[in-house]
Design a binder for this molecule. Structure first.
Ligand code: ADP
Ligand code: MG
Ligand code: ZN
Length: 447
């Protein structure tokens, strides 16, 4: 499949088709790897430009590239964008449960005629038997699996249908390369993806996850957390920010509290009707309001470059979630302040919530939660810890842009305290959780 485009370099094509002057990061090497017919695995932070890695080769190659993507809304955006670059509507299509019979017929016609260079498919549509049969009849250039972390139950967004992709691709029976892309792969997730897709020999392209312009801070969450948040927001007049809360109820309450305090804020969560949701989101994007108070439902695919702060009113369920959510600050490489409020009580609430899950899921969830606790309570550079989480080594001793580096915690000799804790744990025969042990030591409970 290897083909250098005669007389036209990739750079020229990038300029001609997309109007960009140069490739970002690893894009060119990734595209070349795919054009050379290699399985290719791309780990690149959000906003790094992953889509280009399959869009350009799809337009260059003979046949249709099948792009598997979990979110119907994101697919539609991409198709619209591609159609804008190309002249013809048929050049890109979606195939998912939102289409009617007529539309499906049109898509199939364009595919058979060879017009379509990119076909965006939801995993559940790919696995449909009638589609599998149909795909056997068309010329496929490669498979792209976007948001590939959905394959791993260690990822923050596990989708069981993603695990069936490899067998389906095999039953379609084309010997074409696979490119998998994700913004969130810890080493564990990375291995899971490669194994499940059977692309252990893929060319790997891993970009740094460091976001030097972001400042990270974790504050203890006491009774004054809300006051703190209001004070902080008021110290940033006219700037855009996101405040994340875990529950819809909290989102509503906090948005209201902010409004009462004269802050232009609106809520966003999956329980609002879609009209209100879109309206609130648009008002934030158009800067009619400064603050959006949201659950994690907010943010996927939203590209507001000048978000100046991300506040976590509640600590997220995993460090990966934390990284993604804070990552929405400072996309333009300008200032981005990330402040998370942490209390162990919240962790216990989350643990309780996990109890409703199945055992295997429960174990994973509590492991992820433990990592978050370790991060929040640690006095090690936040940046170093976050990067370590993504398998990256950060060598600087002082990042200059996190609370632990700029205000190191005071250290004290803790041997006696640790002994006391261990003795207490033994005395209660290791049967109780941290909260109980603390109660015993502080004299609020008896053993
Ligand atoms: P990701 O999927 O990695 O989060 P996207 O593919 O959505 O990132 O790209 C993020 C933004 O970067 C988009 O607005 C895209 O148009 C832009 N972009 C991609 N490649 C380039 C490039 N070579 N030069 C300039 N902008 C680019
Ligand atoms: Mg993307
Ligand atoms: Zn630091």
């Amino acid at each position: 499949m290897s083909k250098k485009i005669e007389n036209t370099s990739l750079n020229e094509l990038l300029k001609k088709i997309f109007g960009f002057d140069s490739f970002k990061g690893n894009q060119e090497a990734i595209i070349q790897s795919l054009l050379d017919g290699h399985d290719t695995f791309v780990i690149m932070p959000t906003g790094g430009g992953k889509s280009m890695c399959y869009q350009l080769p799809a337009l260059i190659n003979k046949g249709t590239a099948i792009i598997i993507s979990p979110l119907i809304a994101l697919m539609k955006n991409q198709v619209d964008a591609i159609r804008n670059f190309g002249a013809e509507k048929g050049i890109a299509h979606v195939l998912n449960s939102s289409l009617g019979k007529m539309e499906i017929a049109e898509v199939r016609k364009d595919l058979l005629s060879g017009k379509t260079k990119l076909l965006y498919v939801a995993p559940e549509s790919l696995t449909k038997e009638e589609n599998v049969q149909f795909f056997k009849e068309i010329d496929i250039s490669f498979f792209a699996i976007d948001e590939a972390h959905c394959i791993s139950e260690w990822g923050h967004d596990f989708r069981p249908e993603y695990r069936r992709l490899r067998p389906i691709i095999e039953s379609i029976g084309k010997r074409v390369p696979i490119i998998a892309l994700t913004a969130t792969a810890t080493p564990k997730v990375q291995q899971g993806i490669q194994k499940n897709l059977n692309i252990q020999d893929a060319n790997l392209f891993i970009s740094s996850f460091n976001r030097p312009n972001l400042y990270y801070e974790v504050r203890p969450k006491g009774e004054d957390a809300i006051k703190d948040i209001i004070k902080y927001i008021k110290s940033q007049p006219g700037k855009s920010g996101i405040v994340y809360c875990l529950s819809r109820k909290k989102v509503e309450e906090l948005a209201e509290t902010l409004q009462v305090n004269g802050i232009k804020a609106l809520p966003y969560h999956a329980g609002l009707d879609s009209q209100t949701r879109v309206m609130n989101q648009d008002k934030f994007l158009m800067e009619e309001i400064d603050v959006i108070v949201a659950t994690i439902a907010f943010g996927m695919g939203i590209d507001k470059p000048d978000v100046r702060y991300v506040i976590h009113h509640d600590i997220p369920k995993s460090l990966e979630g934390y990284y993604q959510e804070t990552g929405r600050a400072g996309r333009d490489d300008g200032e981005g302040n990330c402040i998370a409020f942490y209390s162990y009580d919240d962790i216990q609430k989350l643990e309780k919530f996990n109890k409703n899950k199945q055992v295997a899921e429960q174990e994973i969830a509590s492991q992820l939660l433990l990592e978050t606790v370790a991060f929040a309570e640690s006095s090690v550079c936040r940046r170093k810890q976050l990067l370590h989480y993504f398998g990256e080594v950060y060598h600087e001793d002082n990042c200059g842009s996190c609370d632990n580096c700029t205000h190191p915690k005071t250290k004290f000799e803790g041997m006696e305290a640790v002994e006391l804790v261990l003795e207490t744990v033994l005395a209660v025969k290791q049967l109780f959780k941290a909260k109980h042990i603390i109660g015993v030591i502080t004299g609020k409970l008896s053993a």
